[in-house]
Design a protein around this ligand. Structure first.
Ligand code: PLP
Length: 439
């Protein structure tokens, strides 16, 4: 009689009986049981191990159970587990200072939230109040979070400064493999996507637009690394019209691209940066907004009408301090850059060349997408049923994948080693060989 098997069965049964899951038809779920982890590995109660090439929801950048981060949380819990936002708390200040230190010059203040969605909510609020305008332009093929109604449902004064009649306008960004602009080169895609945005701004009315909100690299949408010059072009058109540029670095930030922020490599400085996930690898839920000095000054005299009970929660703050310090001391961001450039990128390119089911691979650092197609000529996406098989076969071989639509996102923790990559690529290779013959 194996008691650990009982625990796995119990975890599964309790989940199915009582846990209501995100983004799912509840009846169709078959969750993997996870009981523990270390670095790039997780395991169930019986000790069955998985190589984590998902980083869970692309957030465990420092790897599972980093001892310094765990210890910082334990020590903070013993000293003070919670304190309200209007107090001054040493560790909150230390966390904000460290985030400001890796952010661009001229962005010295941080507003803490509970996660990524409320970071985006608050960045939009800041941009609207700073500009006195209401529209927000963002991209099709983006994800910015799952809130929106809470403050509008609120029944007191806090609702009033957040009530804007008009809302959100969407535009297309660059994505050469499935170009909306009939482009054949990255240069054409960049130029035409920028022209499209300029036209959108003109016809929407520049004076009505508070912000352009973009993921520096759209993540869930498929790791759509922008062509050189695109983000700089967006910055230029924003400057021309006094529009705030919000870059959402929730998924791309804090090491994922081999840099502290994805936009750094594109030579732009935004007005607001949203972050969450990698800032503390999700050991305690947290997110926030990094604020330019000019926007921060707007709220020197004027009330900022936003806040959360757990803004700057001590356990989250302690985990941020320990995480940024460990990432710096251990060269974890540099490791993501090196692995991406020398190992993971070339290995995925090689898979693309050998497997007709791979339409394209793209990415940077430890942030990659393998786009699967049913037909390499038409680029028709591999259907959902076949993607279900891909997922099941990867899990069966001990790899935890991150799958969106017709893509496998290869997104391991930033501490991933060469050996981990070799193991994962062997598994991808085997599973892609199962898909190829059906083409
Ligand atoms: N922004 C981006 C770019 C994201 O990828 C996500 C989550 O995946 C969010 C915002 C929302 O973050 P959260 O799930 O912490 O609310």
């Amino acid at each position: 009689h194996d008691a650990t098997l009982d625990l796995d069965a119990r975890a599964y049964a309790l989940d199915r009986a009582h846990v209501f899951h995100s983004w799912s038809a509840q009846g169709a779920l078959d969750p993997v049981v996870i009981a523990g982890g270390s670095g790039t590995r997780v395991w169930d109660h019986a000790g069955r191990e998985y190589l984590d090439f998902s980083s869970q929801l692309v957030n465990v950048n420092i790897g599972h159970q980093h001892p310094a981060v765990v210890q910082a949380i334990v020590e903070q819990a013993q000293q003070l587990t919670t304190i309200s936002p209007p107090t001054a708390h040493l560790v909150r200040g230390e966390a904000a200072r460290r985030i400001a230190a890796v952010a661009p010059d001229g962005m010295d203040k941080v507003f803490f939230t509970n996660g990524g969605a409320d970071a985006v909510e608050n960045a939009i609020r800041m941009a609207r109040l700073h500009t006195g305008r209401d529209k927000v332009l963002s991209r099709y093929r983006s994800y910015h979070g799952n809130t929106g109604a809470a403050i509008v449902a609120t029944g007191d004064w806090r609702r009033v400064p957040n009530e804007f009649a008009r809302g959100h306008v969407h535009f297309f960004g660059p994505y050469l493999y499935r170009s909306e602009f009939w482009a054949e080169t990255p240069e054409q895609e960049c130029e035409r996507a920028l022209q499209h945005l300029r036209r959108m701004i003109e016809v929407e009315g520049p004076a009505s637009i508070a912000a352009v909100l973009l993921e520096s690299i759209p993540g869930t949408a498929g790791v759509l690394v922008p062509p050189p010059g695109y983000l700089a072009g967006v910055r230029e058109v924003c400057d021309q019209h006094g529009i705030v540029l919000i870059l959402d670095e929730v998924m791309a930030g804090f090491g994922r691209t081999g840099d502290w922020f994805a936009h750094t490599a594109h030579g732009v400085v935004p007005d607001l940066i949203t972050f969450a996930k990698g800032v503390n690898s999700g050991y305690v839920p947290v997110g926030g907004v990094i604020i330019s000095d000019a926007i921060a000054a707007t709220f020197d005299e004027r009330v900022f009408p936003g806040g959360l009970t757990y803004s700057g929660h001590p356990l989250a703050m302690a985990s941020i301090v320990a995480s940024i310090d460990a990432m710096t001391a251990e060269g974890i961001v540099e490791n993501a850059a090196t692995i991406g450039r020398d190992v993971l990128g070339p290995a995925l390119q090689d898979l693309a060349e050998r497997h007709p089911s791979v339409g394209e691979v793209r990415g940077v650092g430890v942030f990659w997408a393998i786009e699967l197609v049913a037909d390499p000529q038409t680029r028709a996406p591999l259907p959902a049923a076949a993607m279900g098989t891909v997922k099941a076969e990867l899990v069966k071989r001990g790899l935890l994948p991150f799958i969106v639509d017709n893509r496998i996102h290869a997104v391991p923790p930033c501490v991933v080693t060469r050996d981990d990559v070799a193991e994962a690529v062997t598994i991808y290779d085997e599973v892609l060989s199962l898909v190829d013959p059906s083409l």
